[in-house]
Design a protein around this ligand. Structure first.
Ligand SMILES: NC(=O)c1ccc[n+]([C@@H]2O[C@H](COP(=O)([O-])OP(=O)(O)OC[C@H]3O[C@@H](n4cnc5c(N)ncnc54)[C@H](O)[C@@H]3O)[C@@H](O)[C@H]2O)c1
Length: 719
């Protein structure tokens, strides 16, 4: 009846028709512009056909529809409001056509139906879900909301509470949860999906099952259920969202407000309101940031795969790997390797470190078992493939070895040179150093081309980022193999060039130095932490220093002042040094900027400590609070300027990778989209003006030529 590139319409039997999504030009079905146009044409074709008894919607791909094509968002959201609303009305018209046919419609959902994909299904009279499928409305996670009728149909089909939960959480739901919530009518085994869906459709067409009632519900205002007081429920969801997000994410709040309002309306009026709110959210800085991160994630993954594919010969996957050092990082890396099913040799010089490494891995596995994420057999298998050893010989079979011993150059050099003797001639060695130059370490090796940095973040099993640090002599083959390996470990590799602090710590230390200047001016570290946490950072800088360890921080300061002395200037004693000299190491000895006591669960609890305030006032003579905005500008600006230096020097290839690295590596607030995105949102000229305002504070605040040129040319990082 209709054949397009994205879908086709065919008569099945007995005047029943099947609309099958089967994207001929891609691996998945998306609800992109072309699919929507073809859907519209196919539906028009169907409405001109006589005697149709029912419509079945299916997919030939492993997933029904994974959602909108997010690469088309920029274009769609840059239209004028009037044009946007015209497009939205057109698309909503297509959805409503499905709902208004004079015969029943059933969506037969396999794999995933997300976002617009689920909204198509909600327009149908019934949904049958495969037991292994997942559905959800992830839009608020991108700073927008479901814009093709999702906020209107979901509360009418299931309940107001379910709709608020699904839309504000942006989560994907299992078949069982979806059925329990009343979002789908049936859940069936994958092999029976089509036949059972058809069976349901026949029954609806034959009058055995009434579909008019649910259709009528979707067209009408919600008859408020006395158990479900709309106002009370909406208020409590607002409170929950604000508690979780500090109000930094407007999309879920706007979605709640919208649904609170539109439950009183009929379908078409409610959909008009939805489109208008959708447009407003699409223009928010948070939507730009979150959509940018989604696309950035894909860009980084493509680039990492590209490194491997660009080489002449396809790289074999790394088989056996080794980790030297079973401490916090080495133990974490060994665990992460084993949990991905890859055997790993874990070497240390102390039996106690090996025992701790295995015990920590066991604790994490037991937690996963307790949460039902893994069974005992799998947990035992993971532990079995970690081979703890005290001598080097078992490393001989490893194709890739991660050095994660103490941060001490001579020790690392001797470990690297010794392990190189053990390994095969094509094996790769990487160092997890957080501050020692990769080029310096490479000097201890006979084959520096097979060496680079592989900087994991703590805790390894949680933090997604891995900085892959290219030394001057690192070969492309090595970068490719290490990126490939990072992907197999489920990590996000960003390739950077060697420099003091590499990328993430270099810009982070610009912020730490800026913090020391603020402390020198007598500003309260508690206020600094509070302001930066409100700004969206997962923890304030003083707290972060305590977590990392003040000894480690001060050690890294010397790396930065030696490596980049023009900006990382240490005139007087740093406040952090003063605390360190008083024996305050941070969380590791319970005394840092704050003091710490173990909670019942064993986690360190942060408390204010007058002794650290006294130590600081002894050098500053003051402990005061200032304008929060000044704190933000004085801390964020040096981060931005240092990132501009990194881009200018080619330490990182692109603003996208720079932003992704900061979000993944230090938890830079996702709703701000990264430091380059932050500069774009301020305006590059405003960033330069801000730098001029603070120029008296030193070189950390001196803007780069690159930023001045961008400002003059009215350019932005994201175009
Ligand atoms: N801790 C972090 O947050 C973090 C984050 C990123 C990178 N790093 C880097 O990772 C590396 C390890 O740090 P960590 O925090 O795990 O240290 P750690 O002190 O917890 O562990 C170091 C381990 O190395 C072992 N070791 C020392 N000499 C050895 C040798 N010759 N052969 C084998 N093992 C030896 C020690 O016994 C110890 O178990 C350092 O280079 C550090 O800079 C640490």
């Amino acid at each position: 009846m209709y054949t397009g590139e994205k879908l086709s319409l065919n008569t099945i039997e007995d005047s029943f028709v099947e609309l099958c999504f089967n994207n001929a030009s891609g691996s998945v079905n998306k609800l992109d512009q072309q699919t929507l146009e073809e859907l519209n044409e196919a539906l028009d074709c169907l409405s001109q056909t006589n005697n149709v008894r029912g419509l079945l919607l299916t997919s030939e791909k492993p997933a029904f529809i994974v959602g909108a094509d997010i690469t088309q968002f920029n274009q769609m959201f840059s239209a004028s409001e009037a044009d946007f609303l015209r497009t939205a009305a057109h698309i909503n018209g297509v959805m409503s056509k499905i709902e208004d046919f004079p015969f029943p419609t059933v969506a037969s959902i396999n794999g995933y139906a997300l976002g617009g994909g689920l909204e198509v299904c909600l327009a149908c009279d019934a949904r049958v879900l495969s037991t292994d499928a997942k559905i959800g409305l992830p839009e608020t996670g991108l700073g927008i909301l479901p814009g093709w009728g999702g906020t209107v149909r979901l509360p009418r089909l299931s309940s107001f509470i379910t709709a608020l939960e699904w839309i504000t959480s942006a989560r994907q739901y299992s078949a069982t949860a979806s059925h329990r919530a009343g979002v789908v009518e049936m859940v069936v085994e994958p092999e029976n999906l089509r036949s059972q869906s058809l069976h349901l459709l026949y029954k609806m067409a034959g009058g055995e099952i009434d579909y008019f009632e649910s259709r009528q519900r979707k067209l009408s205002p919600i008859n408020s259920n006395p158990d479900e007081n709309i106002e009370v429920v909406a208020d409590s969801f607002c409170d929950m969202v604000i508690a979780k997000t500090k109000g930094n994410y407007p999309a879920p709040l706007k979605a709640i407000e919208l649904m609170r309002e539109t439950v009183k309306f009929t379908r078409d009026k409610a959909i008009e309101y939805e489109a208008s709110t959708f447009y407003k959210l699409s223009q928010s800085s948070q939507a730009r940031a979150l959509i940018g991160l989604f696309l950035g994630d894909q860009y980084v993954a493509r680039k990492a795969k590209g490194y491997a594919l660009a080489l002449d010969k396809k790289l074999p996957d790394v088989g056996m790997t080794g980790v030297i050092g079973a401490g916090i990082m080495g133990g974490g890396i060994a665990f992460q390797t084993a949990i991905k099913g890859l055997p790993v040799v874990m070497k240390d010089i102390q039996q106690s470190a090996l025992d701790t490494g295995i015990n920590e891995a066991d604790k994490l596995l037991q937690k996963a078992v307790a949460k039902g994420k893994m069974d005992n057999t799998k947990a035992e298998q993971v532990l079995k493939i970690i081979n703890p050893v005290l001598n080097e010989e078992p490393l001989a079979d490893c194709q890739l070895v991660v050095e994660a011993v103490v941060e001490h150059m001579p020790i690392k050099q001797s470990v690297l040179s010794s392990v190189e003797q053990q390994l095969a001639t094509d094996a790769i060695i990487v160092s997890n150093t957080s501050s020692i130059s990769i080029n310096q370490l490479a000097k201890s090796l006979q084959h520096p081309e097979r060496f680079c940095g592989m900087h994991f973040f703590n805790p390894v099993h949680v933090m997604k980022l891995v900085e892959v640090i290219r030394g001057e002599q690192t070969s492309d083959q090595t970068i490719a193999a290490v990126c490939n390996h990072a992907l197999r470990l489920g990590k996000k590799p960003v390739v950077v060039n060697d420099c003091p602090g590499f990328l993430v710590n270099r810009v982070l230390f610009a912020q730490c130095f800026a913090m020391e200047l603020l402390l020198r001016d007598g500003v309260s570290f508690q206020q600094i932490d509070r302001v930066m946490e409100d700004w969206g950072m997962p923890m304030g800088p003083a707290y972060l220093m305590d977590v990392v360890g003040l000894d480690t921080i001060v050690h890294c300061y010397s790396v930065m002042t030696e490596g980049l002395p023009e900006r990382f200037v240490k005139k007087d004693k740093m406040p952090t040094e003063v605390l360190l000299e008083a024996g305050r190491l941070g969380q590791k000895n319970g005394l840092g900027y704050y003091s710490y006591q173990a909670s019942e669960g064993g986690k360190p609890q942060k408390n204010n400590d007058q002794r650290s305030i006294d130590l600081l006032t002894s050098i500053t003579g003051n402990h005061c609070e200032i304008e929060p905005q000044t704190i933000i500008e004085r801390l964020v600006l040096p981060t931005a300027i240092e990132m501009s230096h990194c881009l200018q020097e080619g330490i990182v290839d692109s603003p996208t990778e720079a932003d992704m690295a900061l979000v993944w590596g230090v938890g830079f607030p996702p709703f701000r989209g990264g430091i380059c995105r932050w500069m774009d949102e301020q305006g590059i000229d405003a960033v330069c003006a801000m730098a001029d305002k603070y120029s008296a504070l030193g070189e950390l605040y001196k803007t780069t030529d690159a930023l001045r040129t961008m400002a003059a040319d009215k350019k932005t990082f994201y175009g």
